[in-house]
Design a binder for this molecule. Structure first.
Ligand SMILES: CC(C)(COP(=O)(O)OP(=O)(O)OC[C@H]1O[C@@H](n2cnc3c(N)ncnc32)[C@H](O)[C@@H]1OP(=O)(O)O)[C@@H](O)C(=O)NCCC(=O)NCCS
Length: 202
């Protein structure tokens, strides 16, 4: 028996129908993956609408997005719908208990704290659970990184309940201010979830 007839579901290469030139490949309906510097423009477009148009400030400027996606792409997560970025998280490592101004621009490769710089959802996809789901997936992923002890972020007062729903706890007011904006620092004990980690398939 030839190899071909013994494997009925596999057509030999010369029997496969040729893919017509110019035919569009179908993009996955939903995909989660780490971001790369090539995604920086899409990231910044969402940031521009979400932050700059509201307060004139944003967590990461375009060069900073590129900087972190070059240094630590594995600490980012993007949600793509049919190839289009709809939500993202960008993180880097930090090596102190509390966030200082340096944390806004530095990645400390030997740190054990993930500093979540930004979570943002494209305007047309908000209030659909995407921000919460993306954060949940990100925290699950962090549990699989042996060097990560906790995650921290800073947010404005009104978003504290949102992050509490994801399991973050209030650390206290942040020493960081950006123009007139003040922030609350929050943390998530990644290493405190030994049982969940044992059962998370890492
Ligand atoms: C904040 C954000 C990430 C939430 O993502 P989302 O997908 O819209 O949120 P979900 O659908 O998962 O959850 C909705 C919950 O988020 C909270 N929330 C979202 N936006 C809020 C806002 N502007 N003010 C207060 N609470 C808000 C509410 O608790 C809401 O619950 P409710 O529907 O019961 O009121 C998204 O609105 C966003 O990108 N905003 C602009 C950028 C931003 O502020 N990012 C966070 C700072 S880094």
């Amino acid at each position: 028996m030839s190899v071909v007839s013994a494997v009925p579901f596999m057509k030999p290469v010369h029997m496969r129908s040729p893919v017509p030139q110019g035919r569009r490949h179908t993009l996955p309906a939903s995909e989660f993956r780490s971001l790369s510097p090539e995604d920086a423009i899409s990231v910044f477009e969402i940031e521009r609408e979400a932050f700059i148009s509201v307060s004139g400030e944003c967590p990461l400027h375009l060069d900073e997005v590129r900087h972190f996606l070059t240094l630590c792409p594995e600490l980012s997560l993007g949600w793509f719908e049919e190839g289009r970025l709809v939500a993202f998280i960008i993180g880097s490592l930090w090596d102190q208990e509390r966030l200082t101004m340096d944390a806004l621009t530095l990645h400390k490769p030997h740190g054990t704290t993930v500093h979540i710089h930004v979570l943002a959802v494209h305007r047309t996809f908000r209030q659909q659970g995407k921000g919460s789901i993306l954060m949940w997936r990100y925290l699950q992923y962090l549990r699989c990184l042996p060097y990560v002890r906790r995650a921290v972020l800073m947010c404005e007062d009104f978003l504290v309940p949102f992050y509490q729903k994801s399991g973050f706890k209030v650390q206290g007011p942040s020493e960081i201010t950006v123009g007139p904006l003040t922030f609350i620092e929050m943390f998530y004990p990644v290493r405190g979830h030994a049982f969940m980690r044992r059962n998370s398939g890492c």
